[in-house]
Design a protein around this ligand. Sequence first.
Ligand SMILES: Cc1cc2nc3c(=O)[nH]c(=O)nc-3n(C[C@H](O)[C@H](O)[C@H](O)COP(=O)(O)OP(=O)(O)OC[C@H]3O[C@@H](n4cnc5c(N)ncnc54)[C@H](O)[C@@H]3O)c2cc1C
Length: 406
Amino acid sequence: MTSRSDTAHRKVLIAGASIAGPTLAYWLHRYGFAVTVVEKAHAPRGGGYPIDVRGTAIEVVRGMGVLPRLRAAQIDTARFTFLDADGAEVATLHPHAVAGSVEGQDLEVARGDLTAALYGTVRDDVEFVFDDSIDRLDQHGNGVDVTFRSGKQRTFDAVVGADGMHSGTRKVLFGPEEQFHRYLGYAFAVFTMPNILGLSRELMMWNTPGRAAALYATGDATDDLHAFLNFHQPEQPLDVVRESLRDPGVQRDLVARTYTGAGWEVASIVEAMHQADDLFFDTAGQIRMPGWSSGRVAFVGDAAYAPSFLTGQGSSLALVGAYMLARSLATHGDHVDAFAAYERDTREFVTMNQALVDKGGARLFPTTAEALERRNAMLRETVAMPATTPQPAHSALVLPEPAPTA
Ligand SMILES: Cc1cc2nc3c(=O)[nH]c(=O)nc-3n(C[C@H](O)[C@H](O)[C@H](O)COP(=O)(O)OP(=O)(O)OC[C@H]3O[C@@H](n4cnc5c(N)ncnc54)[C@H](O)[C@@H]3O)c2cc1C
């Protein structure tokens, strides 16, 4: 066991100030580490789509004291309505029945509200450096010499990449993402658009084989909608994903081509995508690394084990992973032992949640007419049996008590 006086002189650099980054910063600060967070954006990114915090991850935010704030910010969605090719109703369900969440315990909040709450717990206690990122890492016996994009150079005892699925820190250390990326067969576009249907606290999802269009009203009929277009792409559209070709024009064209001739309100949604100034386009995939660290550098959250939106568990893994990593660093004097313990104690939980895509996590997005018919039958059955079963993977890790702080 290390004491607070042991950790105080240990300097940790975290890349990324979204969900995993501030959570790790909070717990490391609480354990007495000197923490710096570098974020490539100008400020913590606000706004964004709704995300879930479930199971074990609820205990992490409870421990950080932000659970009441998150409960107050909770999105209270009344129903999910599934539509067929012509826009006719297939089934209407309670959201928990679809997600396997536990009513009254699990949370759904706007991503920006979660990020703001986490950042708020630690913003005055640790150093945040915005508008910068890691360019180079040189490890040696006494630490890691870090060269930042700004040209500044500093030395830390350990570095953690919490910089998301397309982690630049991981690239600096291990090279291209392709080696760790498991493509799941879909590409998607998310953006906000005017509330053309006057929807209020509900989600509507239209499907044909291989194509989905969803409108999510997280507020009232006067608030904007979150639009989500998710479609099957058997081959990964690499030219769209590669950094050099991440051209919103190419992305918009691909989406528009895919949804040509689609029924319901899809033409209006595609039109809104062309007007949107917050388009987020990506492919659905997971990050699977054989090891989450090398020397003094470790990874957490999506950077190490993105499970994809198909599981709805990315934020929860980021929260739990950050907690476990901080605790391991606080209880082991040596970074090698700490990183090994973090991985040993967390990997099974990660694996179970990543496996949700193999156990039907993608069932909401069937790619053939037969699979769509099966899904629709399953949804109708679920309406008839409204009792929901919590998903065991969400709570598969019993969170250990925080490490002693003195
Ligand atoms: C459409 C969609 C829907 C989703 N729905 C859900 C859901 O329902 N439930 C759920 O749990 N999860 C969901 N997720 C996933 C969730 O958003 C992520 O899993 C979660 O945000 C991961 O957090 P993170 O902190 O690890 O990484 P991120 O949130 O990706 O944050 C990475 C941070 O690092 C910064 N950064 C990037 N590169 C660098 C760099 N080189 N240097 C410094 N900083 C850098 C970024 O600006 C960002 O602030 C969804 C994701 C998408 C795209």
